[in-house]
Structures are given as structure tokens and as C-alpha cells.
Design a protein around this ligand. Structure first.
Ligand code: NAD
Ligand code: LMR
Length: 326
């Protein structure tokens, strides 16, 4: 049983994610923090008839410290979201500082917690979190991840839609790389069970996975980006960690992480030429226990990989520079 803290809990992702966490029998206590409304969201959730207790905190009266004390998992969807015409990188200006501030408090209050970064641009905010924890001497590579589960969910959903399959969950399609545009690399050639896509379908579904976020941003017309599906994706990832830390074996999720700190990761990073990359990761009681190589690629995927790595390198160094500049 684990205490989970959600930072940015009053937001459009934070609230439904907190609802899903309140439903989980593996969560003993839920701690919600936001610069606005978190106590109200907590009271609301506390009227639900599940055993976990929910507390809400604002910045005053040491609220962040109270929210983080004793947390085993900290999930962060705090910050601003895209509006039409913006890239995820446009969020860096505000969200980089938000992540650095929150992770600094994690370093001093619950340095052994899992830290899961949802806030965009994930390609850069995860390196900021990692470097901030390193600076404070409490970085544990097995426990700090960028959440890219939505890309995995989109890949199986969009292929199922293209092929008129009934249940997207029946398809396991790895998605590796980063979490924005061309850095997102769905590997349809490794689908289990195998799928046959025409070149036209393959191109269209690849584009949809890479730019699925834009679909929602445009449809919401200024009211935000992916929220409900992200809460679902975020919960799936947190739940995998909760299950793995409770002793369930064989749990593998793709997640964006600093590879050199993980068993098998150093070799993958050297081969790819970049230290941060989403790959399949085996989760265990202590966090990530092994990183798996991205496997054999089709010629089409190999071309996309080169573009992904190139773009990702820039995003990573922007985050690292920000976190190490002070
Ligand atoms: P939102 O604006 O609805 O919610 C963000 C919340 O963060 C707000 O309640 C705000 O008050 C709070 N906040 C801002 N600064 C804070 C701080 N310093 N401390 C604590 N809380 C703070 O936005 P949203 O739709 O929930 O999106 C949140 C983030 O998640 C965005 O950056 C978005 O781009 C990102 N996102 C990531 C993925 C992914 O796949 N990783 C998917 C969708 C959205
Ligand atoms: C997504 O993939 O939907 C999120 O990263 C939100 C966004 O800005 O597109």
C-alpha cells in the first residue's frame, strides 16, 4: 500500500487522475497539491466509498512539504497546457521552472519516491527532473520517468480503428523515442499479434500517433489538450508501478527515462547516440530493473528513428542546460 501525491491535482488531468487513484485498492493515501483548489478536490473525492484517505494542500502553510511527506509515488501534471498554434516546446518557458521547483521539494522531502513527469515538454522536463535530483545527490535512475503511456495507447487504438478491429487492448505495439511529434516512434512492425498495414495506412497511423495531441488541441479550440485519455494513461502507468512494487512480476511498460542508470540501458544509449529515450522497461519491487533494446526495425522505422534521435538530442540538452545553469 502506497501513499501517492499528485502535484497539479486541480487541473484537467490532475482531477480525473486523482479519481482513478482513489478507486485503486493499492493506494493507501492520496495527497493532492496545487496552487489553487486542491483542498476542494480532496473533499469532493473523500465522499467516495473507498478506503483511501485524500488530503488537499495549497502552497501556504508548507503545503507542498506536507503533501510530499511519506509519498512513495509522486505524479506531476502541474503547469500549463497547449492552445492551438503552440508546440509542446512553447510550454518550456513556464513549465521548466515549475518542474525544477517541485522536484527540488521532492529531493528534500521524499527523495526515495518514484517521480513521474506528465508535464510537457516531457522530452525536456524529464531531464530537468533528473538533473535537479542529481544536483541534490538523491537521483535514483530506477524511479524517475517521463510518462509516454498515452502514445502506446494511441498506437493500438488508432491501428484498431484503421483495421476495424474490435478491441484495441488486444494489440501490443511498442512506442519508443520521446513525447512530441517526430520524436514519437511507433513500431508497427513489432505489433503482437502482427498487423498488416498498407503503406498508406502505415503513414497515416504513424502520423496520427505522432501528432495525436494536435487533434485534441484543435478540437478543444483553446480549452486545453488531452486530459481524460491522459488521466487514463497516467493511471495505467502508476498502476503498473503499484503492482510491480507489490511483487507482481513480468510488468513491462514503455517509458521515457535516463538510460545509462538502468541495467541494459548504457548499451542502448550508446547505440542510439542519446541518453534519454522511451524503451520497454521491466518494472520490479525497486523500480526499473531492466531496459530492453528497441529491437529490429523496418526500413521505414529506421528512417524515422534517425529523425527522432536528432530532434530529441536538442530537447534533452535544452532541459539539461536549464537545470544545470544555476
Ligand atoms: P491544466 O492547466 O488543466 O492543469 C494544470 C494544473 O497545474 C492547474 O491546476 C494549475 O493550477 C497547476 N499548477 C500550475 N503551476 C503549478 C505549480 N507550480 N505547482 C502546482 N500546481 C501547479 O493542464 P492539464 O490539461 O492538466 O495539463 C497539464 C500538463 O500535462 C501540461 O503541461 C500538458 O501539456 C501535459 N500533458 C502531458 C501529456 C503526456 O502524455 N505526458 C498528455 C497530456 C497533457
Ligand atoms: C498529448 O500528447 O496529447 C499531450 O502531450 C498534450 C499535447 O500538448 O498534445
Amino acid at each position: 500500500m502506497t501513499k501517492v501525491a499528485v502535484l497539479g491535482a486541480a487541473g484537467q488531468i490532475g482531477s480525473p487522475l486523482s479519481l482513478l487513484l482513489k478507486m485503486s485498492p493499492l493506494v493507501s493515501e492520496l495527497s493532492l497539491y496545487d496552487i489553487v483548489h486542491a483542498p476542494g478536490v480532496a473533499i469532493d473525492l473523500n465522499h467516495i466509498d473507498t478506503p483511501s484517505k485524500v488530503s488537499g494542500f495549497l502552497p501556504d502553510n508548507d503545503g507542498l512539504k506536507k503533501a510530499l511527506t511519506g509519498a512513495g509515488i509522486v505524479v506531476i501534471p502541474a503547469g500549463i497546457a497547449r492552445k492551438p498554434g503552440m508546440t509542446r516546446d512553447d510550454l518550456f518557458k513556464i513549465n521548466a521552472g515549475v518542474i525544477r521547483g517541485l522536484v527540488t521539494s521532492i529531493a528534500s522531502t521524499c527523495p526515495n519516491a518514484f517521480v513521474l513527469i506528465i508535464t510537457n515538454p516531457v522530452n525536456s522536463t524529464l531531464p530537468i527532473a533528473v538533473e535537479t535530483l542529481k544536483k541534490h545527490g538523491v537521483y535514483n535512475a530506477a524511479k524517475v520517468f517521463g510518462v509516454t503511456t498515452l502514445d502506446v495507447i494511441r498506437a493500438s487504438t488508432f491501428v484498431s480503428q484503421a483495421l476495424n478491429l474490435h478491441d484495441p487492448k488486444g494489440l501490443k505495439i511498442p512506442v519508443v523515442g520521446g513525447h512530441s511529434g517526430a520524436t514519437i516512434l511507433p513500431l508497427f512492425s513489432q505489433s503482437k499479434p502482427a498487423v498488416t498495414l498498407t503503406h498508406e495506412q502505415r503513414d497515416a497511423v504513424t502520423y496520427r500517433v505522432q501528432f495525436g495531441g494536435d487533434e485534441i488541441v484543435q478540437a478543444k479550440a483553446g480549452a486545453g489538450s488531452a486530459t481524460t485519455c491522459m488521466a487514463y494513461a497516467g493511471f495505467r502507468f502508476v498502476n503498473s508501478i503499484l503492482k510491480a512494487t507489490s511483487g507482481e512480476i513480468g510488468i513491462i511498460e514503455e517509458t521515457y527515462l535516463y538510460l545509462p542508470g538502468i541495467l541494459g540501458g548504457k548499451e542502448i544509449a550508446a547505440e542510439l547516440g542519446v541518453d534519454y529515450f522511451a524503451v520497454p522497461v521491466e518494472l520490479g519491487r525497486t523500480g526499473a530493473v531492466k531496459a530492453y533494446p528497441i529491437g529490429s526495425l523496418s526500413g521505414y522505422e529506421a528512417k524515422l528513428l534517425k529523425v527522432a534521435v536528432q530532434e530529441l538530442k536538442g530537447n534533452v540538452s535544452k532541459g539539461v542546460q536549464f537545470a544545470t545553469a544555476l
